[in-house]
Design a protein around this ligand. Structure first.
Ligand code: RIB
Length: 280
C-alpha cells in the first residue's frame, strides 16, 4: 500500500565525540574522536522512513549558514522532498553529542533555526500521515494540525509540559519509558507505543497492553537516534497495513539495527536490510 508521509520537525547537524566514558558534571574527558553527521529528530525520522520505502516530505527550517548544507545532505541523497524546508537568519540547529564506549549518549542542543520556526513557514499539508516530535515550537505543531485530516503520529520527545492539545489529537503517541512517566496518558483514546530500550517495546490501547515485542540482540555502537528510527518504522509499518504485532516487531528490529552503527541517519537500515534481518 502506498501512502504519503509528512515529517514536521527539526533538522540539526550532530557534532559527535566518541569517548571511553561520558563526562560527569564539571568533569573534562579527553581523548575523544570527532565526527559531524546530519541529525535532528525530524530529519532522522524522514531519512529512516524513506529508507524503509515511504514517499516522504520534511517540513522544517534551517539556518543561513554553512551547516545547513551538511545537515540536509542525507535527506537530499535519500530523495526526501525538501520543497517545504525554509531558511531563516540564524544558525542551523546544532546537537553536541557525547557517545561512550558502551553506546550511551548525552545530547545538548542549540536549537537555532528550529526555535525560529513559525506557523508562517508552514505549507498546506495534505498527506495521508503526519509525524512530529517536540524539537520545534508547539505553536507550529498546533497550527499544522489545525484542519489536518490525515493520521497523526506524535513522538513526544523531548518531554514538554504544554502539549496536551497535541497529544489529544494524536492517533499514535510514541514515548520511551522515561517519557511515558512524565505525561498523563491514562485517558488517551488512541494507540500508545512505549519503547523499553534493549527490552523491546509495547503497544497500549485504552490503558491495556495489547502487544509486546522483544528487541533483537545486537552489538551496540551508538544508541543515538534509535528512538527516531523506531518511530519512523512503526509509522511506516502501520500505514502499510501491517498487523500491530508485525509492525512492532519491525520497529524493534529497525531500532536495534540503528544502534549497530555510529550516528542516526547514517545508521538507519534500508528496507532490504530489515527484511533480511527479519527473514521476511
Ligand atoms: O534523537 C537523536 C537526535 O536528537 C540527534 O540527531 C540530535 O540532533 C538530537 O536532536
Amino acid at each position: 500500500m502506498s501512502f504519503g508521509l509528512t515529517v514536521l520537525g527539526s533538522i540539526n547537524l550532530d557534532l559527535i565525540v566518541q569517548l571511553p566514558d561520558l563526562p560527569k558534571a564539571g568533569e573534562t574527558v579527553t581523548g575523544g574522536t570527532y565526527t559531524a553527521l546530519p541529525g535532528g529528530k525530524g530529519a532522522n525520522v524522514a531519512v529512516a522512513a524513506r529508507r524503509l520505502g515511504a514517499e516522504t516530505e520534511i517540513v522544517a527550517v534551517v539556518g543561513n549558514d554553512d551547516y545547513a548544507a551538511q545537515a540536509l545532505v542525507n535527506l537530499d541523497a535519500e530523495g526526501v522532498y525538501l520543497d517545504a524546508v525554509k531558511t531563516v537568519k540564524t544558525h542551523t540547529g546544532l546537537a553536541f553529542i557525547s557517545v561512550s564506549a558502551q553506546g550511551e549518549n548525552q545530547i545538548a542542543v542549540a536549537s537555532g533555526a528550529n526555535a525560529a520556526f513559525t506557523p508562517e513557514h508552514l505549507p498546506k499539508l495534505c498527506s495521508d500521515v503526519l509525524i512530529t516530535q517536540f524539537e520545534i515550537p508547539v505553536a507550529v505543531i498546533e497550527a499544522a494540525l489545525d484542519g489536518y485530516e490525515g493520521y497523526v503520529v506524535v513522538n513526544a520527545s523531548p518531554v514538554r509540559d504544554d502539549v496536551d492539545a497535541i497529544l489529544k489529537r494524536a492517533d499514535l503517541i510514541i514515548v520511551n519509558e522515561g517519557e511515558a512517566a512524565r505525561y498523563d496518558l491514562s485517558t488517551h483514546k488512541g494507540l500508545i507505543a512505549v519503547t523499553l530500550g534493549s527490552r523491546g517495546a509495547e503497544l497500549r490501547q485504552d490503558g491495556q497492553v495489547i502487544t509486546t515485542a522483544k528487541s533483537p540482540n545486537v552489538d551496540v555502537i551508538d544508541t543515538t537516534g534509535a528512538g527516531d528510527a523506531f518511530a519512523a518504522a512503526l509509522t511506516v509499518a502501520l500505514a502499510e497495513g501491517q498487523s500491530k504485532q508485525d509492525a512492532l516487531d519491525f520497529a524493534c528490529a529497525v531500532g536495534a539495527l540503528t544502534t549497530t552503527r555510529l550516528g542516526t541517519q547514517t545508521a538507519s537500515p534500508t528496507r532490504a536490510e530489515v527484511d533480511t534481518f527479519l527473514n521476511r
